[in-house]
Design a binder for this molecule. Structure first.
Ligand SMILES: [Zn+2]
Length: 267
């Protein structure tokens, strides 16, 4: 499967897709490091992106800060080891070459020393030779503080090391639908804040999701989100690529858009 170009159109998600200011393919990168809080984030959230990058020829790696042992979905006696095994299988489905799993306490990543998290992002980034970091959007997508903290650590390291950071985002309309239907706290983005819209095939993502048996067998919110997003995924730059960095210059040159500094409009 490869990313295809999205023709300017309107979909049920609302808003123009593939507008002049948006690009329609993920950037070229030599080595992509996804920075996640929990096992399953790499599949439920970043699955299509990781698969596309691998298909494009990037080497891909995943850093996961916690073992996800606090999940209320899994009932296994030793959820920690169950989720580690699930992560390993799911990563294989997505063509992920390397997993670096840390053992921070699930649910309290925001209480951990920030500098330590940033340092560990850096250690893994250097280990895998990352030239692009991939993360959840600033609001954590689901609003989970662990997700937000993982992304903050990725951006902080990227700013020091001169790496670009691409975030997976949820369109505002999908977030509002989910919040209305499930009383959740998804954080969406308006169209003007979405930089890349990609057409996706979810076959391998769904296989990876299925590997996370403890989390995916009864997960109506996930099912509904995938249904709402249909065959598209959405991304924004949290740190724009500059000359010599992954994502520069082909993608942005297409729209003639100037290269912008780190956004100042974060919530
Ligand atoms: Zn998560």
């Amino acid at each position: 499967m490869t990313a295809r170009h999205v023709r300017p159109s309107r979909s049920e998600m609302g808003g123009a897709m593939g507008t002049d200011s948006q690009t329609t393919a993920l950037p070229a990168a030599h080595s992509v490091l996804a920075v996640c809080a929990h096992p399953d984030d790499e599949s439920f959230g970043l699955g299509t992106a990781l698969e596309i990058f691998a298909t494009q020829g990037s080497s891909t790696a995943v850093l996961v800060f916690t073992n996800g042992e606090a999940s209320t979905l899994g009932l296994a006696a030793d959820l920690r080891s169950v989720r580690r095994a699930e992560l390993s299988n799911a990563a294989s489905e997505l063509g992920v070459g390397q997993i670096e799993l840390f053992d921070y306490r699930d649910g309290s990543l925001a209480d951990e020393p920030f500098e330590q998290l940033v340092t560990q992002v850096g250690q893994v980034a250097v280990l895998v030779g990352a030239d692009l970091l991939l993360a959840f959007d600033r609001g954590g997508i689901t609003g989970h503080p662990d997700h937000q903290r993982a992304t903050d650590a990725a951006v902080a390291y990227a700013e020091r090391a001169g790496l670009s950071v691409l975030a997976w985002v949820l369109p505002q309309k999908a977030a509002l639908s989910l919040n209305r239907e499930f009383a959740t706290s998804f954080v969406g983005r308006d169209d003007e804040h979405i930089d890349i819209v990609v057409l996706v095939n979810r076959t391998r993502q769904r296989r990876a999701i299925a590997c996370h048996t403890s989390q995916s067998t009864a997960n109506p919110v996930l099912s509904r989100r995938l249904e709402l997003l249909d065959d598209r995924e959405y991304f924004r730059w949290l740190r724009f690529p500059t000359a010599g960095e992954a994502g520069y210059p082909d993608q942005r040159a297409r729209s003639g858009e100037p290269h912008r500094p780190v956004r100042e409009d974060e919530p």
